[in-house]
Design a protein around this ligand. Structure first.
Ligand SMILES: Cc1cc2nc3c(=O)[nH]c(=O)nc-3n(C[C@H](O)[C@H](O)[C@H](O)COP(=O)(O)OP(=O)(O)OC[C@H]3O[C@@H](n4cnc5c(N)ncnc54)[C@H](O)[C@@H]3O)c2cc1C
Length: 381
């Protein structure tokens, strides 16, 4: 496979093509094993994101991450009308790409302050507002839009609406950035967009609760992808360093250099262990506390690992599509899906529950039998 720098000159991989491949190989059925498709298998999710990441581009994986982990399950949970059900079925056949637009212009992390509105109108619903930095805005068929149905910050003030991106009154502009090729990231303007009631996803007023549940799974997906991206970048850096000579030996064998690589491997191993420990409860129970722990850890891990690897690649890291630009793109792990500061605030609020979760190791498959020779039996033995 050509490396990232070689690919920089080529057109980016296409999320739609990858999605069609997943559908063709029945991988989407394995991902959503239940008929309702509102929950997913975390290990299949990780396998698919790793396969997408192997193409070596951040943009399309970002697009797939939002579509697979959040948009499809969220639509599935609220697909109660012919229109929403038809979009869901097409998405499950791998024929339709969905965006998810929560972030409003001017309010950002403060979701409860969002100003995009949904009001009753002649056809059923009318939407007005400006969403910014929505992944797949320029490439998706439709966006799930979080909108305000009444004033105030109360969690019942918001609803999800399915907005076809070619509907009259919708304008989409690509984000002005050289990063995230193939992600379709952009801004969506909704100017008196009239839609029928059949575009409502779930119940009116349930928007924020539904989002919290599915955002937990997006955080799980983002951490799974973070592990793969770090693993691939560390391996690439290791390979490059083995080809560099210093003082008659390999640069890779200098103690300071290999310890740095080892520290990267330790960090990503710790993230991997946390992911495996929490994935079932996040995917099945949508556990927001552990999703926040995982997201905080992955944002920090990606930042540290990518910074170290880019540094170790020296001047080559600054080449087009090199490790330094990957590092800039990977900073999105600390921003998209909630900034690290926001997820740390959640962890701080629920500190007791996090600490109680660390209260002594479980030994789920401890065999009956003689005492362990190392004297490490658990309490009470
Ligand atoms: C590539 C990319 C793709 C994206 N895709 C999507 C998408 O598909 N759908 C979507 O809805 N949104 C998407 N976003 C938007 C993303 O979710 C927001 O950027 C994010 O929520 C942060 O909002 P903001 O950019 O307005 O930052 P702000 O809210 O303006 O925050 C700026 C900075 O202030 C600090 N900060 C903010 N809040 C706090 C706090 N409570 N405590 C301490 N410090 C704080 C943080 O350092 C933060 O980075 C995407 C963004 C990017 C860059």
């Amino acid at each position: 496979m050509p490396d990232r720098a070689d690919r920089a000159a080529a057109p980016p991989a296409d999320a739609r093509e990858v999605l069609a491949d997943f559908a063709e190989s029945k991988a989407l059925r394995r991902l959503y094993p239940h008929p309702a498709a509102d929950r997913l298998d975390p290990y299949v999710l990780r396998e698919l994101l790793a396969a997408a990441d192997a193409h070596g581009e951040v943009g399309p994986v970002l697009s797939l991450c939002v579509h697979l982990a959040t948009a499809v399950p969220l639509l599935a949970e609220g697909a109660r009308t012919e229109i929403t059900a038809e979009h869901l079925e097409a998405a499950l056949r791998g024929e339709r790409l969905l965006a998810l637009a929560a972030t409003d212009e001017g309010t950002g992390s403060d979701l409860a302050a969002l100003a995009t509105t949904v009001a009753p109108g002649p056809r059923g619903l009318v939407l007005d507002g400006r969403k910014r930095w929505a992944t797949s805005a320029t490439t998706a068929d439709a966006a799930l839009v979080l909108a305000r149905r009444k004033p105030g910050r109360h969690f019942t003030s918001f609803s999800w609406i399915l907005v076809p991106l070619d509907a009259p009154g919708v304008t989409v502009r690509p984000a002005d950035t050289e990063l995230f090729r193939g992600s379709g990231v952009g801004h969506i303007e909704l100017d008196h967009v009239e839609l029928s009631d059949g575009h409502l996803i779930g119940r009116h007023g349930a928007g924020m609760v539904t989002f919290a549940k599915h955002l937990a799974v997006e955080r799980l997906a983002s951490a799974a992808w973070a592990i793969e991206l770090c693993r691939r970048t560390i391996a690439d850096t290791d390979r490059r360093l083995r080809g560099r000579a210093v003082d008659g030996g390999e640069l890779r064998e200098l103690s300071a250099v290999r310890q740095r690589l080892a520290r990267c491997a330790v960090r990503v191993s710790a993230l991997d262990a946390l992911w495996r420990q929490t994935c079932d409860r996040i995917a099945a129970d949508r556990d927001g506390t552990w999703a926040a722990v995982l997201k905080s850890a992955s944002g920090d891990t990606v930042g540290q690992v990518l910074a170290d690897c880019a540094r170790l690649q020296g001047a080559d890291g600054f080449g087009r599509g090199g490790a330094q630009s990957l590092r800039a793109e990977a900073a999105v792990f600390g921003i998209g899906g909630g900034t690290t500061e926001v997820t740390l605030d959640i962890v701080a609020e629920r500190l007791d529950s996090v600490l109680n979760g660390l209260d002594g190791p479980d030994r789920p498959d401890r065999p009956d039998g003689p005492d362990r020779p190392d004297g490490l039996n658990g309490p009470g033995s």
